[in-house]
Design a protein around this ligand. Sequence first.
Ligand code: NDP
Length: 330
Amino acid sequence: MDTQFQALLIEKDASGAQHVALRRMTEDALPEGDVTVRVEWSTLNYKDALAITGRGPIVRRFPMVPGIDFAGTVTQSDDPALSPGDRVVLNGWGVGESHWGGLAGRARVRGDWLVPLPAGLSTRQAMAIGTAGYTAMLCVMALEREGVHPESEPIVVSGASGGVGSIALMLLSRLGYTVEAITGRPREGTYLEALGAAAILPRDAFTNVGKPLERARWAGAVDVAGGRVLANLCAGMMPGGVVTACGLAGGMDFPATVAPFILRGVSLIGIDSVQCPRDRRMTAWNRLAELIDPQRLDLMTRQIALAEVPDTARALLDGTTHGRVIVTMA
Ligand code: NDP
């Protein structure tokens, strides 16, 4: 008997209008792949919210099950490296964009897209971390590779109340860095301090056209905003400072000058979690399993049902959610 499950499906009608609905499906509807996974948890990322609301050109073909990440248990495998019962996590690889994604009770994907879940992490915790947390870890690993250490000057994190920002804050503070949090929501100050922020900086101070070089105050940055915020962070780096850029919550443009790069030796490192090589993914997930503080993770995590995803996607883009939103398939 073919197992039935629920899936969120994005469809386009003849007029080109996009519709999102909850559908009951069987496994024969799933796309090709060598491994089938019983999805236990998925999440709502910024990219998922753009896809579900249609506010960004994320979905490459229709109909599409959104969800760029999921965690669950293998039920069937033609990949010799994986067996039924294995717990796995998936981030990126175009899942939820060009291949059906995680916002469904089942997913069928290529085995080499799956990372075995490190011991000590539950599938729920893996998705509370999600692509946001894994991307935050990639940013931290890039800072480390470039020689930024906990003894260095402070690190600044933008979009601090969001998914990537909250976890970057938690990881950096756990590693002993002094971290300053930029937020557009000063009311989130207590939350950000609980995650480890040593100072809360208002976003407004970073959204105007700034000088090519500002007071040198940070050794490193994790930027999810892009746009003027990213330009102003580059301008405020110490000599040799390192900026990791992973997002565009504040804009796709980059209205900066070369001054920080040629006069202070600042480095700008791009972070792409989607096509990140497998060995770096494994390292990131193993480090996350070591570094995550389960209590702080709970503090930033809200659980919703699949049916609540469309409304929550709008709230996420409107900036009224904070931290991580996880989706149960139970
Ligand atoms: P969230 O929506 O959870 O967080 C984004 C945060 O950015 C908000 O909470 C808000 O924080 C801040 N923000 C919102 N609007 C603006 C604005 N106009 N200017 C500056 N800051 C703003 O999203 P995620 O954390 O999941 O993702 C953040 C970004 O990172 C997105 O652009 C996403 O696409 C990108 N991303 C990239 C990945 C990659 O592989 N490169 C992987 C994962 C995410 P506050 O209110 O505290 O200011």
